[in-house]
Design a protein around this ligand. Sequence first.
Ligand code: FES
Length: 126
Amino acid sequence: MLLTAPVLFNSCSNDDDNGGDDNNNNNIGITVDLTSSEYAALKTVGGFAYKGDIIIIRSSDAVYIALSKLCTHSSCTVTYNSSTQEIPCPCHGSKFTKEGAVVNGPATSPLKKYDVKQNGNILTIS
Ligand code: FES
């Protein structure tokens, strides 16, 4: 019996990359499939949805905004009011702009904002 298998197969350390052609390590973002019924609200300008600790707002036809959904006062989950284009917190009255800046306290710090990239029906938030 001959054991002639070359050791060449052992050289790859990217074991969790099944595709092989995607060596970019920037894929740490959260993805949102806009065709999913879970995100149906994002089909309408002014709609919003949550993914994990993030609130995603569709602010215009081609603009999506992603912010932390956790109020910086005491971590209640914020919502979005499309008519005022503000992000109110239901717990103690804080309000934020859709960019995350504080409008009304008691919160004093802005909501963390994330980068959103759209590719077809997929949003990548990082
Ligand atoms: S937790 Fe949002 S205002 Fe207090």
